[in-house]
Ligand binder design. Structure first.
Ligand SMILES: Nc1ncnc2c1ncn2[C@@H]1O[C@H](COP(=O)(O)OP(=O)(O)O)[C@@H](O)[C@H]1O
Ligand SMILES: [Mg+2]
Length: 370
């Protein structure tokens, strides 16, 4: 009942105007891609706003990841615009180290993004298992992420949520930047985004000074992630948020002695408190920490990852003993939805969400369908 009320509240300017007589859209689940086009296999993860399942298009054997966002929940938390931005960015993004979106569609209740499936889990999982990366491993993975962020910036987008759990590992052991849920579009070299958002341990100091953030914020977060790769936890880490924020704002960075001189220097330049003094991506690529790295080969995926990070399918018994895992399994079996159909096709339909990679926005009823 609550959901019904929340649905009725969706902002009119975001809702698509459509007359009953218009032809059925691509996301109607009858003639187009819809919820019923997929078989859900298992849950892969969830974050603050999304739940992600492994799924298959019916009748095909390729795995995809299905990210599901609840419209009512997004709307209640004023996050609808972030979901629309995430989808918009993924529609245009085309880079070896950025997750690829194949389809997006909606039902009256949910938004769906169908993404490349990354069987190697995310880097938070691997750090948890390994504690730290060797310098050579960290150098490789952070270099791929630097190329992903450089590309994202070239689209005038800032990412704002770089952290190991948003970095996935694909079939070949390469990184894929995922989760554009906090990204912001139309940010040129001199622009700032005002919202306070992100995960506490990775927030750049300028965000805490409420000054607005620019592309330099992502460079700080590259530093925070590299620090975590090498040290095992993010810079200044403490459970006490007030203390954490104070340190991010003003404490001197402590870098353990075992980290190389080049590593220490790069961390200090990435994690500079002043965004205007922070190193640029151009200069990062020339830094001695990356000496000998062929960036062109890296960009073409011609360099092999120093370690093959694999997803977790060998220790099911550990998982079965894990309460969170059991809870997730339960959720997965309960997950159901209904597509748009002739009766409900006006209900809460967000503007221009539907997308089919390689096709026009609305090509009329054609591709791989149920
Ligand atoms: N394409 C994918 N392949 C495999 N696992 C994924 C994929 N996308 C997301 N996941 C898993 O689901 C988690 C949550 O997804 P994410 O997009 O970060 O959602 P949220 O916006 O809720 O944080 C990720 O941290 C990752 O573990
Ligand atoms: Mg996430």
């Amino acid at each position: 009942m609550k959901e019904m009320q929340a649905r009725a509240e969706l902002p009119p300017d975001e809702v698509e105007e459509m007359k009953n007589s218009e032809p059925v859209l691509m996301d109607d689940g009858i003639k187009g891609i819809g919820f019923k086009s997929f078989d859900i296999q298992e849950i892969l993860g969830h974050g603050a706003f999304g739940k992600v399942f492994r799924c298959r298009l019916k009748g095909q054997d390729q795995d995809f990841a299905m990210k599901v966002l609840k419209k009512a929940f997004l709307y209640r938390n004023k996050h609808l615009k972030y979901a629309i931005t995430e989808c918009n960015i993924l529609k245009q993004a085309d880079h070896p180290f950025v997750i690829k979106m194949h389809y997006s569609f909606q039902t009256p209740d949910n938004l769906y993004m169908i993404l490349d499936f990354c069987p190697g889990c995310d880097l938070a999982y691997h750090l948890n298992k390994k504690q730290i990366f060797e310098e050579e491993e960290a150098r490789f993975f952070i270099a791929e992420i630097i190329l992903a962020i450089e590309y994202i910036h070239s689209l005038d987008v800032i990412y704002r949520d770089l952290k190991p759990e948003n970095i996935l590992v694909d079939h070949d052991g390469h990184c894929r930047l995922a989760d554009f849920g906090l990204a912001k579009e139309n940010i040129g070299e001199k622009d700032f985004a005002k919202s306070f958002c992100g995960s506490p341990a990775y927030l750049p100091p300028e965000m805490l000074h409420s000054k607005g953030v620019s592309k330099a914020a992502d460079i700080y977060q590259i530093g925070a992630v590299l620090y975590e790769f090498l040290v095992g936890f993010p810079p200044y880490y403490t459970e006490n948020i007030k203390e954490l924020y104070n340190s991010i704002r003003s404490a001197k960075l402590q870098v353990p002695k075992y980290i190389s001189r080049e590593g220490k220097d790069l961390l200090n330049q990435l994690l500079s408190k002043r965004p205007d003094k922070r190193i640029t991506i151009e200069k990062v690529k020339l830094h001695d920490f990356f000496k000998g790295l062929d960036w062109d080969k890296l960009a073409k995926k011609e360099l092999k990852p120093p370690i093959m990070l694999k997803g977790d399918d060998d220790n099911l018994s550990d998982n079965e003993a894990n309460e969170e895992y059991l809870f997730m399994k339960q959720q997965e079996s309960k997950f159901k939805d209904r597509d748009y159909n002739a009766e409900n096709q006006l209900q809460n339909r967000l503007k221009q969400f539907t997308f089919i990679a390689g096709a026009e926005q609305r090509p009329g009823p054609q591709p791989p369908l149920n």
